[in-house]
Design a protein around this ligand. Structure first.
Ligand code: ZN
Length: 461
């Protein structure tokens, strides 16, 4: 079964070229000058459109337990929404609960996802209980295709690890060649600011932002970088939101340290003004780190251009406004942390191209090629080349759309970008050669997506 995508402009992390793409079965068979092949069982006309490698969202939380509830998207609904938005691979997080093992955690997440996903998926492992047994298990995780481990300097009593525990895990990461991913916010200090705000009767959503100041993200980022330097471990800072944190990452990279960082669309487009919306509306925007003052956005776009920010992920962690976000009415510390976004990352970053913030090549690089290499999936994913999986997006750069909860496919009752006008839209999406989305219609199926056993990071010095 062959599919020919003809007449389009094929994008890569190095640029754009007029070319046809021939898909045979699940893989790309050829990328040729236009017109070399003319026959195939299916022919897709991509005239006037971009043909790019499927997006890779390296940071999602489907059906994740948090504060007595679960994020609203299942693996089924979340990966379907991802496909609609041109994302053909997600890397989600298995969450170790204190007192349990990493391998039993991994089994549990395999059970959740298997047979449910519309597109391919992998896992990172959240380590929240550092001990001899857990550290030993990190080796087995790497063998099982889970080559990255997330730790938290925030959320004391839940996911939080001490500097000593982080140091121990980093040593194991150095030994195994795996990557430590860090949620870098000083949770101990933040908890004091939260307690103080609540004691003073300041319970509204915007206080979530005020009690997690950017300085405490900058401080934790610097500390994580120092611990990584001492141990030689590669470090990947997740969801970087603050100029202070970016400066720390840029400094470490200038010195040649293996430090990488991602940011998320919400930090590029939204701000603490959204958190401060009247009534309880701001709860829709509660995520950690919090949305910042607008001035940080300029720094983050620059970081994307200079590669101090290498990846754009979503940290997709949707909670419905009704019944879930409402758990925190009157007490912002009880608002489930997280925002929906997996469906709109490719569009929002394309909007960055339209606005002149990043190039087309950089769009593809930050949203597909670099995440593939960062997390050991390249060249199977992240590039349109012979032999690669046929995860392909045909994208219409001239289409106009308006983001709305009324039309999105995520299982959440609001959009953080409600009413936002976007230039560009997905036309057709292929996952391993199969058309899963075409013209706004879903043609995929739960269980088409397969687990991806990942290699080590492909960027290490
Ligand atoms: Zn996250």
């Amino acid at each position: 079964m062959r599919t020919l995508i003809k007449g389009g402009t094929v994008l890569s992390s190095t640029g754009a070229v007029a070319a046809d793409v021939l898909v045979d079965g699940e893989t790309i068979a050829a990328v040729t000058a236009p017109g070399v092949f003319t026959e195939a069982e299916t022919v897709l006309d991509a005239t006037g459109k971009y043909v790019l490698p499927g997006g890779i969202d390296a940071h999602t939380h489907m059906e994740m337990p948090f504060g007595g509830t679960f994020s609203a998207d299942t693996f089924e609904t979340g990966t379907r929404a991802a496909a609609f938005g041109g994302t053909t691979t997600i890397i989600d997080f298995a969450v170790q609960v204190k007192g349990t093992s990493l391998l039993s955690t991994l089994d549990k997440w395999h059970e959740k996802a298997e047979g449910d996903c519309a597109v391919d998926y992998g896992f990172h492992m959240i380590v929240s209980d550092v001990n001899d047994a857990t550290l030993k298990e990190m080796e087995s995780c790497v063998d099982a295709g889970v080559s990255s481990f997330k730790m938290f300097m925030a959320y004391p009593g839940v996911f939080y690890s001490t500097d000593g525990e982080i140091l121990r895990a980093m040593r194991k990461a150095t030994e195994t060649g795996s990557t430590i991913m860090m949620h870098a916010e000083n949770g101990i200090a933040i908890d004091q600011l939260v307690a103080q705000a609540l004691a003073e009767g300041r319970g509204e959503p915007v206080q979530h932002g005020y009690t997690r100041p950017p300085e405490l993200e900058g401080e934790a980022t610097s500390r994580a970088i120092t611990l990584a330097k001492v141990t030689g471990a590669p470090l990947y800072i997740v969801h970087l939101s603050a100029a202070q944190a970016l400066a720390a990452v840029a400094g470490a990279r200038d010195e040649g340290q293996n430090v990488f960082a991602e940011t998320c669309p919400q930090y590029l487009y939204l701000s603490i003004e959204d958190l401060a919306k009247p009534g309880f509306e701001g709860a829709k925007y509660v995520a950690s780190p919090p949305l910042r003052e607008k001035s940080h956005q300029t720094d983050l776009w620059r970081g994307l251009r200079t590669n101090d920010l290498s990846v754009v992920s979503t940290d997709h962690c949707p909670f419905c406004f009704k019944d879930q976000k409402e758990l925190g009415r009157g007490d912002f510390s009880k608002i489930p942390n997280g925002m929906p976004g997996v469906e709109h990352r490719m569009d929002l970053l394309h909007q960055g191209v339209v606005a002149g913030e990043i190039s087309l090549a950089r769009w593809v690089e930050t949203c597909s090629t670099t995440p593939a290499r960062m997390f050991g999936l390249y060249p199977r994913k992240g590039v349109i080349a012979p032999g690669s999986d046929a995860d392909i997006v045909v994208y219409d750069p001239k289409a106009e759309q308006t983001i709305s909860a009324a039309t999105h496919h995520m299982a959440v009752d609001y959009s953080a970008y409600e009413g936002m006008r976007i230039t560009g839209a997905v036309s057709t999406v292929l996952s391993r050669g199969r058309v899963v989305v075409d013209g706004g219609e879903y043609h995929g199926s739960a269980g088409h997506g397969r687990f991806l056993s990942r290699d080590l990071c492909q960027y290490l010095n």
